[in-house]
Design a protein around this ligand. Structure first.
Ligand code: NAD
Ligand code: TDX
Length: 351
């Protein structure tokens, strides 16, 4: 089976591609614009295997996407490509509107042209899986039930609004043109290869560099955490067995305040890489100004994917966190590649 993966050189996409090829499922064509968030090194091993082709290109370039589809004839698309960082969307929404909304629209149009010309037997089996986020549902009160697939959309950041718009476009291409789409809305991912602008790697790397650990506001905002490998497994299940036109919520059943997450990271680091002075990394925790429009709580009700597709997270939060901290400790060369250049300029402006 050949699949096209957009955004496959980023965090979740590259984890997905490595696992897809590692488990012998077939060939992958990665379409990625290689923005600051991408690292082609994430795919080195799989490209060497000959089973993965990396094409540098923009999902908003409809002609480029159309020619790739003609050339490689994929049986499915898994759409990860996006601008993904909420803080960046607050400082500059343009790229978010362009990639997440216009890009998804252009991609859908290219895919619609390709799909509608396929022989009917191939057409019936074709799938377009759109990877989205729990942030589209907006902020939940601490005692509110977790969001189901029927929750009202109430995005609060430019990032969340752009992802919500892309979800609506995907839905419309099903209802209007019959494209066999699937959408997944997932909670916060963590694990290897995540860009150091995101909470967990940022805290790990700042701790080791003896920099402040900047906790926004009072640190009581709640996120639901899912190990990236569990998210990838859920996507594989939805792709194989999901019902076209349906949305599946994916969550880790692991709600934590940000402050608790940061304290747990410090505790693991204290054990695996103790400070020379014997003091705890937790001393570096610093409360800083809150993120504008900072959603208080996200929580996902993932009963549908559990009951229909038999998926459940396999990785407990405590062991997943330990594995993740260990990975960053063992991969300083990856970190230095990513932390140089564009990311460095951005983080210098921020902190
Ligand atoms: P990421 O920022 O690590 O990677 C995004 C990738 O998309 C990068 O490789 C980048 O180069 C590529 N890209 C950006 N613009 C592009 C364009 N115009 N054309 C082609 N490629 C482009 O993001 P991630 O954390 O891996 O997230 C992947 C997807 O999953 C996103 O759609 C995101 O909204 C969604 N998601 C992420 C999380 C999370 O916690 N990280 C949770 C739920 C959903
Ligand atoms: O330095 C920080 N300090 C801090 O307190 C950073 C970077 C974050 N935070 C807080 C903000 C959030 O409440 O930690 C929480 C997690 O922040 P991020 O890692 O930026 O993730 P979040 O905003 O929750 O969004 C993530 O999950 C959903 C991904 O970046 C999105 O792409 C995904 O859709």
């Amino acid at each position: 089976m050949t699949i096209l993966v957009t955004g496959g050189a980023g965090f979740i996409g590259s984890n997905f591609v490595r696992e897809w090829i590692g488990s012998g499922r077939g060939r992958v064509v990665v379409l990625d614009r290689l923005t600051y968030a991408a690292n082609p090194a994430n795919l080195e091993g799989v490209i060497a295997s000959g089973l993965c082709v990396l094409v540098r290109g923009d999902i908003a370039d409809q002609a480029c996407v159309a020619s790739l589809l003609q050339k490689y004839q994929p049986e499915a698309i898994v759409h990860f490509a996006a601008e993904s960082h909420v803080d960046r969307s607050i400082h500059g929404p343009d790229d978010f509107i362009q990639t997440n909304i216009v890009g998804t629209y252009r991609l859908l149009e290219a895919v619609r042209g390709y799909w509608s010309a396929l022989p009917s037997s191939v057409q019936a089996a074709f799938r377009f899986l759109h990877v989205s986020t729990d942030e589209v549902y907006g902020s939940l009160a601490v005692d509110a039930p977790p969001s189901t697939e029927l929750a009202t959309y109430a995005p609060n950041s430019p990032y969340a609004a752009s992802k919500a718009a892309s979800d609506h476009l995907v839905r419309a291409w099903r209802e209007t043109y019959g494209l066999p789409v699937l959408t997944t809305n997932c909670s916060n991912n963590y694990g290897p290869f995540q860009h150091p602008e995101k909470l967990m790697p940022l805290m790990i790397l700042n701790a080791l560099a003896r920099k402040p650990l900047p906790v926004y506001g009072d640190g009581q905002n709640i996120r639901d955490w899912l190990y990236v490998g569990d998210h990838c497994e859920a996507i594989r299940r939805v792709l194989a067995q999901g019902r076209p036109g349906e949305t599946y919520n994916i969550g880790g059943d692991s709600e934590q305040t940000n402050l608790d997450v940061v304290r747990q990271i410090c505790a693991v680091l204290d054990e695996l890489s103790p400070r020379a002075d014997g003091r705890s990394y937790a001393e570096q925790i610093t409360f800083v100004a809150d993120r504008p429009g900072h959603d208080r709580r996200y929580a996902i009700d993932a009963r549908k994917v559990r009951e229909e597709l038999g998926w459940a997270p396999a990785q407990a939060f405590s062991s997943g966190l330990r594995k993740t901290v260990g990975w960053y400790l063992e991969h300083p060369e990856w970190v230095s590649q990513v932390v140089n250049g564009e990311y460095r300029r951005w983080s210098d402006q921020q902190y």
